[in-house]
Design a binder for this molecule. Structure first.
Ligand SMILES: Cc1cc2nc3c(=O)[nH]c(=O)nc-3n(C[C@H](O)[C@H](O)[C@H](O)COP(=O)(O)OP(=O)(O)OC[C@H]3O[C@@H](n4cnc5c(N)ncnc54)[C@H](O)[C@@H]3O)c2cc1C
Length: 407
């Protein structure tokens, strides 16, 4: 298999590179903010009290929007870039290479494509353009305290009352809900039906009366996600996407695409290149592990380097499947499982490079990269839980990939 660009692909890659070179705001160029990300990414910048952060977010969104590149995978008729699979791959590769934040978040990656597939013309007209303009940011209300891996057991109730549903219940782990304007959620509309068949997919203004968000602070002291409570929240029936009680199938439209990720594979290679640079250039006292004669750290680093290459090959596999107009299934789980577990190993290798300095938390201390090692280590823990745990990915690989019987 030859993975080098064809002449047309090389031209497109160059176009993306030049665009990034010209348009990516300085604030986003460092690519890495001490393991912290940009404190909630583009979506948080957009809602920030700081006018510089707000302007940066809008400047980047405007540049992408003028080029038609906010939603590279959406068809042109809905305002997307209509890029081919291979062009999307190149686009994602180049953006991940510089860790560029992507405006639109879950609106672009999840809600928009769901509306394109399952929405009415009215719903498309109402929601798609607001995602593309950056006017409306979305959050996902799937998980509940008693429904995560077994999502179909969700209990948040939606009872029909004329032209409205009345919602009561609770969601949890709502990422970025505090920076979002609208929420898409799976709710139970028929408690008597078998569990997958009594669920509907609804969307609502996150400021709807009766809807409350409560911050959850994670172990890295970040406000990433929230608990979401519904107390008699009224949602118009016209806000349901797809048929009543068929919401499970609407909600599952995109999970396999979510897991196929070239971004992650490129991301780990970028992190390793940064780490190698630190190991070579930081004072000896801070990086003793890398310089030890027994070479343990060097061997660990070499393992991570090879593993990053394997992660890249997994993402190529997923792309090949998409090129054949198929949807990656257990292959997407392989990529998700491998890359997120690799993320954790890289975080551990990073921590070890700095020895005791690796435990520093203070962002103002240059030793151990302003606390990056410790923050990165804690931040990596959740990656094997979010978007389906490693155990669930292994179950999918075993049953759908290897054809083993269910345990
Ligand atoms: C950083 C982060 C962001 C998130 N963002 C969102 C969001 O925006 N919106 C949203 O709706 N949700 C979000 N989630 C929730 C996420 O989807 C769930 O945490 C995940 O699906 C696991 O569910 P759970 O936490 O209920 O764990 P459980 O399902 O209770 O699992 C507990 C443990 O049991 C194991 N287990 C469960 N079932 C099986 C099985 N059948 N076989 C083997 N082992 C099993 C699991 O692997 C895990 O180790 C987020 C989670 C994280 C960590």
């Amino acid at each position: 298999m030859d993975w080098s660009d064809s002449p047309e692909q090389a031209v497109f890659r160059q176009e993306v590179r030049e665009f990034i070179q010209k348009e990516l705001p300085e604030r986003y160029r460092a690519g890495d903010d001490g393991g912290e990300g940009f404190e909630g990414g583009w979506q948080a910048d957009r809602k920030s009290d700081d006018p510089v952060r707000r302007d940066t977010a809008m400047q980047w969104a405007d540049a992408l929007s003028k080029k038609g590149w906010i939603a590279p995978a959406w068809p042109k008729e809905y305002g997307g870039a209509g890029l081919s699979t291979i062009e999307q791959f190149i686009y994602n590769q180049e953006m991940a290479e510089v860790a560029a934040p992507m405006p639109g978040g879950m609106g672009v990656s999840m809600l928009g494509p769901t509306v394109i597939v399952h929405g009415t013309e009215e719903q498309k007209a109402e929601h798609l353009s607001k995602i593309l303009s950056g006017e409306v940011a979305w959050a996902q209300g799937y998980s509940e305290p008693g429904a995560g891996s077994d999502l179909a057991s969700l209990q948040t109730r939606a009872v029909r009352d004329g032209d409205e549903y009345v919602l009561n219940g609770q969601k949890i782990w709502t990422s970025g809900g505090h920076n979002a304007d609208w929420l898409f959620a799976l709710v139970r509309t028929d408690p008597e039906a078998p569990k997958h068949r009594g669920i509907s997919f609804v969307v609502m203004d996150i400021k709807s009366p009766g809807l409350t968000l409560r911050p959850l602070i994670n172990m890295g002291w970040k406000h990433h996600f929230n608990e979401t409570f519904f107390e008699d929240v009224r949602v118009p029936v016209k806000n349901r996407i797809g048929e009543e009680n068929r919401g499970w199938y609407v909600g599952m439209t995109l999970t396999d695409f979510e897991r196929s990720g070239i971004g992650n594979a490129v991301g780990v290679q970028r992190i390793l290149r940064g780490l190698l640079k630190q190991a070579r250039t930081l004072p000896e006292e801070q990086t003793r592990a890398a310089r030890k004669k027994d070479g343990t750290w060097r061997l660990a680093f070499a393992d991570r380097w090879i593993e990053a290459d394997i992660a890249r090959l997994f993402s190529y596999l997923n792309m090949t499947i998409q090129l054949r107009s198929l949807i990656p299934n257990h292959e997407a789980s392989m990529s998700k499982l491998y890359t997120t577990e690799l993320n954790q190993r890289i975080a551990s290798t990073t921590l070890k490079l700095f020895g005791l300095y690796g435990q520093l938390w203070d962002k103002d201390r240059p030793e151990a990269l302003r606390g990056m090692a410790a923050r990165g280590y804690l931040g990596a823990v959740s990656s094997t839980i979010a978007g389906g745990t490693s155990e669930i990915q292994r179950n999918i690989i075993a049953t759908r990939g290897l054809g083993l019987p269910r345990g």
